[in-house]
Design a protein around this ligand. Structure first.
Ligand code: SF4
Length: 426
């Protein structure tokens, strides 16, 4: 399969941000006095323990959320989630959205089309460009300020100075009206607690507005985000802040416990005060249950549970050599190794091959940088083993195996001076 590499300038823009992120993360860890290994071990243990009791946690979370007047819909797959979303938004003319991978997973753009406005700055820029986010935390980090100014000019005809401050000011002015025009706001969830709270973290303030200003707040999330307590949720916030953006804590952390309410008039409870009047949660499965067992529609085997410990911080992408070459072509609905492995469960195993399974170098940079110590390379090997067993590996791979059997090396017959006649890689 012909691979499409990112242009040199794009790679340089990405590396600049990644190097700055790395330095910031190290400084933050030192400033917090956090031993990263200890934190990662404890964080993983918290996730492992949660999964030992997940069915119970899930039942409790749903019951408590409903008790808190948050209507919960369980969606088995994308089609069900889309139908729920379509029904909930059928009367809406304008919907504002936070940057949320779960919403992208179900194809929120396809459902809401032109009535949807992205409000995270990077996500907003990429929506203007008509392109996919390049990263779950830094969606437009591959673009220079000049390129972003041009995108704005092409879309709105507005001249915006090519600097970060002017671009942010333009977005603030443009988006502010949208928050107040919209009848519905959509966000993901960083964590859901078994006692019925939804935790959202952010720096920009757009999620706070989405969850407070429109009448309706729809949250879309996979069930794997459930943890037992708010204390556990705060560990996720810490991990997401440090490993996601290299900062000690996000600017805003919202703990949503239901629609806004008041009892200020003679103690009579009224739902719908200044914040959202209605809060909905679409709790997504979409292949997640299959990851816990060798389900009937896959034969992928066990040992994939830990992928569900992921908090989508994007740290694994930051140091991934394959992603640095291929960008959004490396992955599927989620980028990188995580996205490739997930694709096998969300669709079928062949999708993992198409989305870059054999481009992975198995270097382990992802696992070393993951706050939950998720063994992405180990899972990638398992997927490859399954593909190989079905004779679905790449032609290059087959050739290397054949050469190794015949000549004792992957490159085949050596020339007289001992150099290989053909050099290639899987
Ligand atoms: S796999 Fe780990 S590093 Fe990658 S996004 Fe998930 S939690 Fe972050």
């Amino acid at each position: 399969m012909q691979k499409e590499f990112l242009p040199k300038e794009t790679k340089e823009n990405i590396w600049k941000v990644v190097f700055e992120y790395k330095a910031k993360r190290e400084k933050t860890l030192a400033g917090l006095g956090l031993d990263p290994e200890k934190f990662r071990d404890e964080f993983r243990k918290m996730k492992e323990d949660a999964f030992r009791d997940m069915e119970n946690l899930r039942r409790r979370a749903i019951a408590n959320l409903e008790k808190n007047v948050i209507k919960v819909f369980e969606a088995r797959d994308v089609a069900e989630a889309q139908k729920i979303l379509r029904d909930l938004t059928s009367a809406d003319k304008l919907v504002v959205k936070a940057k949320t991978s779960a919403a992208d997973e179900i194809g929120v753009d396809d459902v809401l089309k032109e009535k949807l406005v992205s409000t995270d700055l990077g996500d907003f820029i990429m929506s203007l460009a008509g392109a996919r986010d390049m990263h779950p935390v830094f969606p437009s980090y591959h673009l220079t300020p000049k390129q972003i100014s041009e995108i704005i000019k092409n879309k709105f005809g507005s001249e915006v100075a090519p600097d970060a401050k002017s671009i942010a000011a333009f977005a603030r002015k443009y988006l502010r009206e949208k928050f107040f025009e919209a009848s519905t706001g959509i966000s993901g969830a960083n964590v859901i607690t078994a006692d019925g709270r939804i935790v959202l973290l952010e720096n920009e303030g757009n999620i706070s507005l989405i969850s407070r200003v429109p009448d309706k707040h729809i949250i879309i999330s996979g069930w794997e985000k459930i943890v037992p307590t708010v204390e556990d949720a705060m560990k996720v916030v810490r991990a997401a802040a440090v490993w996601g953006a290299g900062q000690d804590w996000p600017v805003y952390v919202s703990v949503i416990s239901g629609p806004s309410k008041t009892a200020d008039v003679q103690n009579e409870l009224v739902i719908g005060a200044q914040g959202a009047k209605e809060v909905y949660l679409i709790l997504l499965d979409n292949g997640r249950s299959k990851m816990l067992k060798d389900g009937p529609s896959t034969t992928l085997g066990t040992g994939f549970e830990e992928l569900l410990y992921c908090i989508n911080c994007g740290a694994c992408l930051n140091f991934c050599p394959a992603y640095h070459q291929l960008g959004t072509k490396y992955g599927d609905k989620y980028l990188g190794s995580k996205g490739i492995i997930l694709s096998a469960f969300m669709t079928e195993i062949l999708r993992a091959k198409e989305s870059g399974c054999y481009s992975c170098t198995l270097c382990s940079a992802c696992a070393e940088n993951c706050p939950a110590k998720i063994d992405l390379p180990g899972m990638m090997k398992k997927i490859r083993t399954k593909l190989n067993a079905k004779n679905l590996e790449t032609d290059e791979n087959k050739k290397m195996i054949g050469n190794t059997r015949e000549f004792g090396n992957p490159f085949g017959e050596l020339s007289e001076d001992g150099t290989p006649k053909e050099l290639f890689c899987c």
